[in-house]
Design a protein around this ligand. Structure first.
Ligand code: PEP
Ligand code: MN
Length: 480
C-alpha cells in the first residue's frame, strides 16, 4: 500500500477523504467566520517546545525516559479555573516524583538533585516526561450520535468545542470553536504562569495525605517513599544543592485528541524549525507544518482508518503524535499506519497508546510488539489502562475497577519485558478532585459510593488518591 507516501499533503488535504465522527453544522457561514478568526490568532505553542518534546520522546522510545500523560476524559470550558488547574498540575507533579523515585531509598546522595528533576532517576531508573491532557481536550468521539434524555432522543454531547452538555445546547455551535481556542490559551497561560511562579518548586512542602490508605502495610510502604523524597530534599537544602534552578520548575507539555479537523487545520502553521533540527516531513527549506494548538496530539481508536481523514491530516505534522491501539487493530494494519504517518521512521515520533482491556492485553500486545519490531519502526509504547476497562454498574453508571487498571499496566510491563521491549509510559484519565468515578483503590470505593461525587461528563476518572496510588504501584512494579 502506498497511500500517504506519494501524494501531496496540505493542512486541508484530509477534506477529500472519508471522515468518521464528522460534525455537521447548520450554519456553514458561521463556521467559515470562526475558522477565519482562528487562522489569524497566534500559535498556542511553538516549534521550539514541540521539538523539545519530540526529543524527549525519542529518549522514551529508546528506553531512557518514562512518559506520564494524564488529565480529564472530556475537559470542559468550566475547568478553566484556578483550583481545577492547580490540582491537576500538582497531581501530575507528585505522580512523576513517585515514578522518578520508585521504591528504593536513594543510592548515593550525590545524584539526589538529578533524581528529583528532569532528568531524574525513576522507579524505572529514568527521567519522567510529563504531558497533560489539558488546555484543549475538548472534542469527544462518541459511540452513538444520539442518546435518549428524559424520554427524548437528542444529539449526544460531543465536547465543549462542539456542543453543550445541557440538553438544550446539543446543536453544534460554531462559536464554540473560537471559544475553545481562548479557553486553551487561558488554561495554558495559567499553567505557564504557575510553573514560572514555583507551583512545581520542590522546596515547598507537598501535601501527600496518605490518611485514606486503609491497609497498614500499604501505608508504611507509601510513607517510606514519601519520607525518602522529603529526606533528600532536606539533605539538598543542608548541603546547599537546592539552589539549582532546576528544582524550581518542571516541564509540562499539553495534548489532546486531534478529532475536530477543521479546528486543528486552522491552527496548523508553516513555521521555521528550531535551529539544529533536521527537517523531516517537509520540503527541505528549513520549515515544516506544526500544529500549534498543543505539543502532542493523538488519533483516537475510532478515527484511525488507513484511508481516512484523520490519518491523512496527521501524516503531515511535525509534532510528535499518538495513535490509540484498541483490540480491533490488526498487526498488518498497525505497520501500514506507521508507514503512512512516519515514512522516515523517526524514532519516538509516534506513541502507540495501547488500550485493550485487562482481558485482552495478554493476547494482543505481544503480536503488536513483534509486528512493530519487524517493521523497523521504533515507537513509544504507552499503556492506556482506562479505555479497555470500562463497565456499567447494575444501575447503569459507567465505572472502572482500580484493580483492572493496575492489572493491564502490570501485564503490559511484563509482556514488554518478555518481548525484549519496554513499556515507555502510561496514559491516564484522572482529576485532582475527590471524585468517586472509579471503584477500588486504597480507599476501597464500591459501586454504591459512585453517586457520592460522580461529576465526569464522559468517562470515569481516577481521583487524586487513586492516581497517586497507581503511581506508587507502577513505580514498585518497575523494580521487580
Ligand atoms: C479517550 O482517550 O478519551 C478516548 C476516547 O479514547 P479511545 O480513542 O482510545 O477510545
Ligand atoms: Mn475517555
Amino acid at each position: 500500500m502506498t497511500q500517504g507516501l506519494d501524494v501531496s499533503w496540505s493542512p486541508s488535504s484530509w477534506a477529500s477523504k472519508p471522515i468518521k465522527q464528522d460534525v455537521v453544522y447548520e450554519d456553514r457561514k458561521a463556521v467559515g467566520r470562526a475558522l477565519a478568526k482562528l487562522e489569524k490568532l497566534p500559535p498556542l505553542v511553538t516549534p521550539t517546545e514541540i521539538v523539545r518534546l519530540k526529543k524527549s520522546l525519542r529518549d522514551v522510545a529508546m528506553g531512557k525516559a518514562f512518559l506520564l500523560q494524564g488529565g480529564d476524559c472530556a475537559e470542559l470550558f468550566d475547568y478553566c479555573e484556578e483550583n481545577a488547574i492547580d490540582s491537576k498540575i500538582k497531581l501530575l507533579l507528585q505522580m512523576s516524583l513517585v515514578l522518578i523515585w520508585g521504591e528504593d531509598i536513594p543510592r548515593g546522595r550525590s545524584s539526589t538533585s538529578a533524581m528529583l528533576t528532569t532528568p531524574g532517576i525513576s522507579g524505572a531508573n529514568k527521567p519522567v516526561v510529563r504531558i497533560a491532557r489539558m488546555a484543549g481536550q475538548f472534542a469527544k468521539p462518541r459511540s452513538s450520535p444520539t442518546e435518549v434524555v428524559n424520554g427524548k432522543e437528542i444529539p449526544s454531547f460531543r465536547g465543549d468545542n462542539i456542543n453543550g452538555f445541557d440538553p438544550s445546547e446539543r446543536t453544534p455551535d460554531p462559536d464554540r470553536l473560537v471559544s475553545a481556542y481562548f479557553h486553551s490559551a487561558t488554561t495554558l497561560n495559567y499553567i505557564r504562569a504557575q510553573l514560572a511562579s514555583g507551583i512545581a518548586d520542590l522546596h515547598s512542602p507537598l501535601n501527600w495525605n496518605l490518611g485514606h490508605v486503609q491497609s497498614p502495610s500499604l501505608q508504611t510502604k507509601y510513607q517510606r517513599i514519601v519520607d525518602s523524597i522529603t529526606d533528600s530534599l532536606r539533605f539538598m537544602k543542608t548541603v546547599g544543592a537546592d539552589t539549582a534552578t532546576q528544582l524550581e520548575t518542571v516541564e509540562l507539555f499539553t495534548s489532546h485528541e486531534g478529532l475536530l479537523l477543521e479546528y486543528e487545520q486552522s491552527l496548523t502553521r508553516r513555521l521555521r524549525h528550531p535551529s539544529a533540527y533536521p527537517p523531516s516531513s517537509s520540503d527541505d527549506d528549513g520549515t515544516g507544518w506544526y500544529n500549534t494548538s498543543a505539543h502532542f496530539l493523538w488519533i483516537g481508536d475510532r478515527t484511525r482508518q488507513l484511508d481516512g481523514a484523520h490519518v491523512e491530516y496527521f501524516r503531515g505534522l511535525e509534532n510528535p503524535i499518538g495513535i490509540k491501539v484498541g483490540p480491533s487493530m490488526k498487526e498488518g494494519e498497525l505497520v501500514q499506519l506507521l508507514d503512512i504517518v512516519n515514512p522516515k521512521k523517526e524514532v519516538g515520533k509516534v506513541t502507540l497508546i495501547t488500550r485493550y482491556g485487562e482481558g485482552k492485553v495478554e493476547d494482543m500486545l505481544g503480536p503488536h510488539i513483534d509486528a512493530v519490531k519487524g517493521s523497523g519502526h521504533v515507537v513509544v509504547w504507552q499503556c492506556d489502562p482506562m479505555h479497555g476497562n470500562t463497565r456499567s454498574t447494575s444501575s447503569g453508571i459507567k465505572t472502572r475497577q482500580f484493580s483492572s487498571i493496575l492489572a493491564e499496566v502490570s501485564a503490559a510491563l511484563r509482556i514488554h519485558k518478555a518481548h525484549n521491549s519496554h513499556l515507555g509510559g502510561v496514559h491516564l484519565e484522572l482529576t485532582g478532585d475527590a471524585v468517586t468515578e472509579c471503584v477500588g483503590g486504597a480507599e476501597c470505593l464500591t459501586d454504591d459510593d459512585l453517586s457520592l461525587n460522580y461529576t465526569t461528563y464522559c468517562d470515569p476518572r481516577l481521583n487524586e488518591k487513586q492516581a497517586l496510588e497507581l503511581a506508587f504501584l507502577v513505580a514498585g512494579s518497575y523494580r521487580q
